[in-house]
Design a protein around this ligand. Structure first.
Ligand code: DQA
Length: 181
């Protein structure tokens, strides 16, 4: 399911089929999930994890696109390409989480809510992993819950988007009612 290039032409925050679009973006070394230390990351492979997230998103009426790259600039470009077309984004930037201000600044431009998810509990590992430079631009943060954390993130993001749309519609209805007197 991992795509190497961003899609073109998707309309504002929705896929071509009109469903809200979720972008799942994995960063450096996460293509080798399944081979990495199981004590931290479990045994699930990236394609399995992507399938889990895609199925959950589809069950909730969303479409999901998945990407992984080991190149920081390519990751930044992926974030750029989905900043307006995705209704929500899940990121696990891997080790970039702990020092990439470039990724943090790119995520700041994403219009929909962003979830930062880590398989392992980065708060309880080495000192340097406890720092996340992307945390302040994430609406949802889930660490240490393995693949289940991604499923939770999908649900949290769907709720946040619904809530934002309800608020926007309420605002529009209110303004129309005011105009109508
Ligand atoms: C990780 C945690 C990072 O510290 C690490 O560099 C990773 C994976 C996680 O999912 O637990 O590559 O983001």
């Amino acid at each position: 399911m991992t795509r190497s290039a961003p899609p073109g032409g998707a309309s504002d925050e929705e896929s071509l089929e009109g469903r809200p679009l979720l972008a799942l973006l994995h960063g450096v070394n996460l293509g080798l999930l399944g081979e990495r230390p199981a004590a931290h990351y479990g045994t699930v492979s990236l394609p399995e994890l992507e399938r889990l997230v895609t199925e959950e998103a589809e069950r909730l009426g969303w479409e999901c696109v998945c990407h992984q790259t080991d190149h920081e600039g390519a990751y930044v470009e992926l974030i750029h390409s989905y900043r307006s077309t995705a209704a929500a984004v899940i990121v696990n930037p891997g080790a970039w989480t702990h020092y990439s201000y470039a990724i943090r600044d790119a995520l700041e431009l994403v219009k929909g809510p962003v979830a930062e998810v880590h398989l392992s509990d980065i708060e309880r590992r080495e000192e340097w992993r406890r720092v996340s430079v992307v945390a302040d631009v994430a609406s949802v943060r889930i660490v240490g819950q393995g693949p289940e954390g991604y499923v939770r993130a999908v649900h949290d993001l769907v709720e946040l988007v619904k809530e934002a749309r309800r608020r926007a519609e309420g605002g529009r209805d209110g303004a129309e009612a005011e105009r109508a007197g």
